[in-house]
Design a protein around this ligand. Structure first.
Ligand SMILES: [Zn+2]
Length: 152
C-alpha cells in the first residue's frame, strides 16, 4: 500500500493488483462510493433531507420522504443517469488518476470492455469532475476520493 505513483515521490498509491483485491465486485464499489458520498449519513441529493425509506427498486433504492424523489448513490453525481456498473467507474477513475495525461476513451473502451460511446461519456464525466478541484487533490493514499470529486 506504500507504492509511489506517477513519479511523485511524496505520494502513495495502490497497485492494480491491490485495486482488484479491494474492489472484487459491484457491491464493494457501491460500498466504497457510499462511504465517500454519504460519509456523514445518507441524504437526498435534491433537498438534503435525511428522511427516506428504502424501496424494492434495485437501481434506485431510496425515496425521500420530504421531496418524494427516488434516488441512488449515483443521483446528483458525475455518474448520474449512467447504466455503467459502479465497478467500472471505480476502475476508470483509477486508470485516469494513475495516467500522467489522463486516460483516453480508447483505453477505457478496451480495458473496461465497454462501448466507445460509454468510454467517451465516462472520460468526459471524469474530466468534468477533475476540473472542479484539480487532479492532484483527488487521489491520495489508498484511493481516497472526496465527495467533491464524485459530486462534480
Ligand atoms: Zn428530497
Amino acid at each position: 500500500m506504500t507504492n509511489k505513483v506517477r513519479g511523485e515521490s511524496e505520494r502513495d498509491g495502490i497497485s492494480l493488483i491491490e485495486l482488484a483485491e479491494k474492489f472484487p465486485d459491484e457491491e464493494s464499489a457501491r460500498l466504497w462510493l457510499a462511504s465517500i458520498i454519504w460519509s456523514k449519513g445518507r441524504f437526498c441529493p435534491k433537498c438534503n433531507s435525511k428522511s427516506m425509506h428504502e424501496c424494492s427498486h434495485a437501481k434506485i433504492p431510496y425515496r425521500c420522504r420530504n421531496c418524494r424523489r427516488y434516488f441512488s448513490i449515483q443521483t446528483g453525481t458525475v455518474m448520474s443517469g449512467s447504466p455503467i456498473p459502479l465497478l467500472k467507474w471505480v476502475y476508470a477513475i483509477f486508470l485516469d488518476l494513475t495516467s500522467l495525461k489522463g486516460v483516453t476513451s480508447m483505453k477505457l473502451h478496451r480495458d473496461l470492455d465497454i462501448s466507445q460511446n460509454s468510454a467517451w461519456f465516462m472520460q468526459q464525466r471524469i474530466r468534468e469532475a477533475f476540473t472542479v478541484r484539480g487532479k492532484d487533490t483527488m487521489l491520495s493514499g489508498t484511493v481516497e476520493v472526496d465527495e467533491t470529486f464524485i459530486g462534480g
